[in-house]
Design a protein around this ligand. Sequence first.
Ligand SMILES: [Zn+2]
Length: 108
Amino acid sequence: MAVNLKRRPFRIKDHNDYQLFAQKIIRRDDFHCRVPKCRTQMTTSVFSWQSALTVHHIKKRSLGGEDTFGNCITLCLDHHRMNENGKLKIGGDADRPIFDYRKSGRKD
Ligand SMILES: [Zn+2]
């Protein structure tokens, strides 16, 4: 039986594994936040946890979302925060994420 690599969860045992996974996601997303028209990008070639970019799980891990390339996208810190505050809902998958601004949310 063929293994669908895209859907297979990335094996994450420790912080280094997670960092490697995050780097792969951010690199796939061409070092840019995936929110349309957001211009935030990584300005350094060196990955750092002070980076302006983070990895977002479309389906939260607490709800069973996995560390797969299909479930994770790159977001800037601002859009990640908006998502956490409920001002920006994100659905779909990494191929076709759906961004939905809530009325109470700000777009800045
Ligand atoms: Zn952004």
